[in-house]
Design a protein around this ligand. Structure first.
Ligand SMILES: CC(C)(COP(=O)(O)OP(=O)(O)OC[C@H]1O[C@@H](n2cnc3c(N)ncnc32)[C@H](O)[C@@H]1OP(=O)(O)O)[C@@H](O)C(=O)NCCC(=O)NCCSC(=O)C[C@](C)(O)C(=O)O
Ligand SMILES: [Mg+2]
Length: 352
């Protein structure tokens, strides 16, 4: 581990200074597209207007023979477009793959000034982040970049989960972490075959009444991802970086997707991935606090004055801790409203 005194020093001569605080930019949905798929690539500029983050995916879901086309496609799209306030991210291939070195060299030197965040898959521990950290510094120096690229890790190996706290704190570049439920399930040897979401077999059942073990026993499906998401949220909060639920692969099940996203939102995540245009509005709706919740939060903040002591509002006790929760909601609402006029209007209306 680096000494705290050296933590914010650039890792290569000529590389930009690391950031001291991760910007809390809207990132309710990280929209994935395959830059080697001509149809999807053609839609990227239009989709960019509707999403907080557009991500050119080079890793899984891109065929091996299309890896180079995806890399080149992303370079072309980034050079040809100005996405305004929409962030441009990429997911590079895994660190043990034959493609990742060229992914990083090409993307940083060609479009490093357009990219905000590099997502690194299958991170096992801090050593993976340290490798990327130094390499990015060398490439940033070569490219003459003035702004450091940030790094986002996918939590999708058993080892990554075991080491999640050290991953979150491995570099000042660490922007956030997403759950990768499909690879994680395989790595853990879970017996599921889905990309995220629940499973009807993972449940609890009420006790039997009398001798009959089979009738009248309600079952409740449980959330397979609760432990991992909660642990990821704590690791991220502890290091001042942002947690995200990842993908929900059943594109048709927009209801199940919304539930999974909302669980993550309530537990502390700031966004999720959209794999298909149908998931963009779900993420937008879920990861923006509701106008009613924002109006309530602002009322509590106003009535709590300097934020100390206890008051009763509509029969509910409020004190120093509940006003802090309300500030989380109100600050998120302000940050989102600053770049989303429709949301800003909805918050204003609920206030009046
Ligand atoms: C699921 C698929 C195959 C269905 O694609 P489709 O063409 O069959 O679907 P569709 O409903 O027919 O599509 C309707 C229209 O939307 C377009 N379209 C469709 N999707 C997109 C998109 N994302 N962005 C932009 N446009 C899109 C599509 O081209 C089509 O255009 P058209 O009307 O002109 O014909 C397709 O949506 C897709 O490939 N999505 C991205 C998949 C992806 O990136 N997967 C990797 C992330 S998840 C993961 O890696 C796991 C993880 C974390 O690593 C771990 O848990 O381990
Ligand atoms: Mg994966």
């Amino acid at each position: 581990m680096r000494s705290p005194k050296d933590f914010f020093a650039p890792l290569a001569v000529g590389a930009p200074e690391p950031v001291r605080q991760i910007p809390a930019l809207p990132s309710r949905m990280i929209h994935f597209f395959d830059p080697s798929n001509e149809k999807m690539a053609a839609k990227a500029p239009e989709i960019a207007k509707k999403v907080d983050v557009l991500l050119g995916n080079l890793e899984d879901a891109v065929k091996a023979e299309r890896k180079e086309a995806a890399r080149t496609g992303l370079v072309e799209i980034a050079k040809a477009n100005d996405f305004g306030s929409t962030q441009l991210w990429t997911r590079v291939n895994s660190l043990d793959s034959p493609w990742v070195l060229d992914d990083l060299i090409t993307l940083v030197t060609e479009i490093g000034d357009k990219l905000d965040v590099i997502m690194v898959p299958k991170v096992e521990g801090a050593q993976d982040i340290h490798y990327v950290d130094r390499l990015l510094a060398q490439l940033e120096a070569r490219a003459g970049l003035s702004k450091p690229l940030l790094v986002h890790a996918i939590l999708e190996t058993a080892s990554g989960v075991a080491n999640v706290e050290e991953i979150a704190g491995a570099s000042p570049r660490m922007q956030g972490i997403s759950l990768g439920p499909a690879d994680l399930a395989a790595s853990r040897r879970m017996k599921t075959t889905r990309v995220g979401g629940g499973h009807p077999g993972y449940l609890v059942r009420t006790d039997p009444v009398g001798e009959d073990l089979t009738t009248g026993r309600t079952t409740y499906q449980q959330d397979l991802w609760h432990y991992t998401v909660a642990r990821m949220v704590d690791a991220c909060a502890m290091h001042g970086i942002l947690p995200y639920y990842g993908p929900f692969g059943d594109i048709r099940d927009v209801v199940g997707c919304e539930d999974q996203f909302r669980n993550a939102f309530l537990l502390g995540c700031v966004g999720a991935w959209s794999l298909h245009p149908a998931q963009i509005d779900i993420a937008k709706r879920v990861f923006s606090p509701s106008p009613e919740d924002v109006a309530w939060a602002r009322r509590v903040i106003a009535e709590m004055g300097d934020g100390t002591g206890a008051v009763m509002i509509d029969g509910k006790m409020q004190d120093d801790a509940s006003v802090k929760q309300c500030r989380v909601v109100a600050e998120l609402a302000d940050a989102l409203a600053a770049s989303d006029p429709e949301l800003a209007e909805a918050y204003r209306e609920a206030q009046s």
